[in-house]
Design a binder for this molecule. Structure first.
Ligand SMILES: C[S@@+](CC[C@H](N)C(=O)[O-])C[C@H]1O[C@@H](n2cnc3c(N)ncnc32)[C@H](O)[C@@H]1O
Length: 212
């Protein structure tokens, strides 16, 4: 992480931001309200808010240093809100979210947090999203317990050495947690460097005008 003024810069966010933006643009509808969980430095939030001026971006993070950086990245962007303090491991973590949420995005968080973060995230998505709306979950994942490439396996080993509670998560565990909270796994989008975006959709009657 490097620093210029109060804005922190994450090299990974610089690498994957454009590819994620293309996925968001393909789902774009004017007026969508995004809630981003674990926005980190806020670099993605600013990129997406600037590229799609007709959407609203709500960043968040439990870490005050990250929220200070998000505030700095939001300067001059009318459609990027001040960050919320949200930690998906806390009970009822979604309560501070007051505005409507049309889409949730979470990039590279669940492998850098205890496994319980999966269920916490899905529980909040089930409460905050309307039927038909989606949670987009970006990261490296295993499929039926298998890494798609050796580099992800090495990354997983490195994460677990860094923190015994961290590690690359499996699609089945995410889909199972989603089922408990009304969030149904729908599909994945392949992303560069063996990452994926998982799409989980809030169960219930689909409304064409909110379907992304
Ligand atoms: C690897 S960084 C990714 C940041 C950003 N999404 C990006 O891609 O640049 C992981 C982020 O997850 C946040 N995080 C860790 N545990 C969390 C939790 N329980 N709830 C919400 N965010 C969490 C950290 O504070 C950190 O900002």
């Amino acid at each position: 992480m490097t620093e210029s003024d109060e804005r922190l810069h994450a090299p990974a966010a610089a690498r994957n931001g454009e590819a994620i933006l293309q996925v968001l643009k393909a789902m774009h509808q004017p007026g969508l309200r995004y809630l981003e969980i674990a926005s980190g430095p806020g670099q993605h939030a600013a990129l997406f808010a600037e590229a799609m001026p007709d959407i609203f971006w709500q960043p968040s993070d439990p870490d005050p240093r990250m929220r200070a950086s998000q505030l700095a990245w939001a300067r001059g962007l009318d459609n990027m809100s001040a960050p919320l303090e949200l930690d998906v491991l806390k009970p009822q973590w979604w309560e501070p979210v007051e505005n409507r949420v049309d889409v949730m995005l979470c990039v590279n968080m669940i492998h850098c947090a205890p496994k319980e973060a999966i269920e916490g995230l899905l529980a909040g998505a089930g409460r905050l999203l309307e039927p038909g709306s989606a949670l987009l979950l970006y990261g490296p994942f295993t499929f039926n317990g298998m890494h798609s490439v050796d580099s992800n396996k090495n990354f997983d080993r490195m994460l677990r050495q860094q923190n015994a509670e961290w590690g690359v998560r499996d699609l089945n565990d995410i889909a199972d947690a989603g089922q408990k909270h009304g969030m149904v796994y729908e599909r994945y989008v392949e992303m560069p460097s063996n990452n994926h975006i998982l799409v989980l959709r809030r169960q219930g009657a689909l409304q064409e005008d909110t379907l992304i």
